[in-house]
Design a protein around this ligand. Structure first.
Ligand SMILES: Cc1cc2nc3c(=O)[nH]c(=O)nc-3n(C[C@H](O)[C@H](O)[C@H](O)COP(=O)(O)O)c2cc1C
Length: 196
């Protein structure tokens, strides 16, 4: 029997009805229709403290300083088969709550680094996808976000696939039902579910 692909979608925008969240919903719906087990994780209701840079996690996996929701959330991300992160560009980077979660993945970065130093084989990386929206349409406008997401995914043993980038998307009304962005998001969801 073929096991269902478990896909976790992370809502990285504080705007619940925003462009990136809507595209994530479209992607996850398509993934579900194509047989995946999908779950959406919002960051706005979580207790999520910023990393304080103590580097205690270099000695072991747990974050000793911050007993909040981050460790539990990161553990479930690490166990997923596929990740889809959706977020807007904020000042060329990711929104602050998402950045807090990303910084808190440092225990996973350390684990990978320790394994590398011990000469252990590299893990087989699982696929991760990104949906990123921006108000402007300027060269390099997505670079900061993509660099950050690539490193985050890598820490959690994922490999970022070709992202869906949507510039000139300040207003939710710029994204039409059945329009190109929605079609591309649905296509991403199908691919994430293991379809072609
Ligand atoms: C605090 C803040 C910072 C932003 N910074 C940028 C930016 O650096 N570049 C850009 O193109 N758009 C920027 N924007 C616009 C958002 O990226 C854009 O409106 C995006 O589509 C919002 O996505 P959402 O609807 O998923 O929340 C910014 C918006 C906010 C609120």
């Amino acid at each position: 029997m073929c096991e269902q692909v478990r896909i976790l979608g992370i809502v990285g925008s504080p705007r619940r009805q925003g462009n990136s969240t809507r595209l994530l919903e479209v992607a996850l719906r398509a993934a579900g229709i194509n047989g995946a087990l999908v779950q959406t994780l919002g960051l706005d209701e979580l207790r999520l403290q910023a990393c304080d840079g103590c580097e205690a996690c270099s000695e072991g996996l747990a974050c000793v300083k911050n007993p909040d929701d981050a460790s539990r959330l990161l553990a479930s991300l690490h166990l997923a088969d596929v990740l889809i992160v959706a977020c807007p560009v904020y000042f060329f980077g990711v929104p602050s709550r998402l950045k807090s979660l990303i910084d808190r993945s440092q225990p996973y970065w350390w684990r990978g680094e320790q394994n590398r130093r011990r000469g252990l084989p590299r893990p087989v990386r699982k696929p991760a996808y990104a949906i990123v929206t921006a108000g402007r349409n300027r060269a390099g406008g997505f670079d900061g976000v993509l660099g950050c997401l690539k490193a985050f995914c890598f820490s959690l043993d994922f490999e970022l696939q070709t992202p869906l980038l949507l510039p000139s998307a300040d207003e939710p009304s710029t994204m039409k039902e059945g329009g190109n962005a929605m079609l591309r998001a649905a296509e991403m969801g199908r691919m994430a579910a293991g379809g072609s």
